[in-house]
Design a protein around this ligand. Structure first.
Ligand SMILES: NC(=O)c1ccc[n+]([C@@H]2O[C@H](COP(=O)([O-])OP(=O)(O)OC[C@H]3O[C@@H](n4cnc5c(N)ncnc54)[C@H](O)[C@@H]3O)[C@@H](O)[C@H]2O)c1
Length: 243
């Protein structure tokens, strides 16, 4: 095992120690033999490969860790991702995943599901179903459903309470603040911190920014969400006045 793969393997093993439920699901799938041989396209890396499925992973370049990608490849996952890849390369990666004619797509942002409905309709012949992870992807798929153009059953993973109450609010709340701190290298305390949208993610970010003593302003188009932000103690302003 080369150094890159070993580093990725360490990160995957570390993540697995914090995901006991996922490990239980993997063990159950393995025991039931229910995904063995199934072709699954995954936009978020999971352990389906270890349950016997043929798993292909693609991901947006900004979020790829090359060592994790190498670690997943060493576990038998077909990986189509490279850190820093351009949007054109990402499209090529998604197309490579679709070329494997997945029976199931586990998507994040609905990119692959949408490609299967537009430029690669042949994939729909064998696609049994899909799952979509995030709010914006679910919004896009609901619009397709309303237009009558969604031709595959989809699970809105984002609508699960164990997703939006925790991943959106606490996960994105934490990772967004970390990303702002890492990329600006500035002290958050005392800064004017504008949060646009007071949904699950916005609430998480606003609360964490306040915890770091930023002066938080919330901008909202929904009057009830705006009122909620106000009653949570935040200043609420239109974007033009907040920025
Ligand atoms: N990267 C991640 O890990 C991750 C995780 C979850 C969600 N997301 C993304 O974060 C975004 C928010 O997700 P959410 O679950 O909080 O959605 P949500 O629907 O709960 O909240 C969105 C809020 O934004 C408000 N809004 C919409 N347009 C606005 C505008 N122009 N100006 C001000 N407010 C506006 C809406 O009224 C709503 O209250 C989505 O794009 C979602 O895909 C990312």
């Amino acid at each position: 095992m080369d150094g890159l793969t070993a580093a990725g393997e360490r990160k995957i093993a570390w993540a697995a120690t914090w995901m006991p439920v996922l490990s239980m699901v993997r063990d159950r799938l393995r025991e039931e033999n229910s995904v063995a041989g199934r072709r699954i396209a995954v936009i978020l890396p999971v352990d389906l490969a270890e349950a016997g499925a043929e798993v292909a992973v693609a991901f947006q370049g900004a979020m790829v860790h090359d060592d994790v990608a190498a670690g997943l490849a060493a576990r038998g996952v077909s990986v189509f991702a490279r850190r820093g890849s351009s949007p054109e390369e990402e499209l090529g990666f998604f197309e490579q995943v679709l070329a494997r004619r997945p029976e199931v797509v586990i998507d994040d942002r609905a990119d692959v599901i949408r490609l299967a409905h537009t430029t690669h309709p042949e994939v729909l012949e064998t696609l049994v179903g899909a799952s979509e992870e995030t709010t914006s992807g679910v919004v896009a798929l609901r619009a397709m459903e309303a237009d009558g153009t969604l031709n595959v059953p989809c699970i809105a993973a984002n609508d699960a309470r164990c997703k939006f109450l925790f991943d959106n609010r606490y996960g994105s709340g934490q990772s967004t603040i970390s990303a702002v701190m890492d990329s600006t290298n500035l002290l958050v305390a005392g800064k004017r911190f504008v949060v646009v949208g007071y949904g699950w993610v916005g609430k998480g970010i606003a609360r964490r920014a306040r915890g770091l003593n930023a002066r938080v302003v919330v901008c909202e188009v929904d009057p009830f969400a705006a009122l909620e932000a106000f009653h949570d103690g935040f200043e609420v302003l239109p974007v033009a006045e907040a920025c």
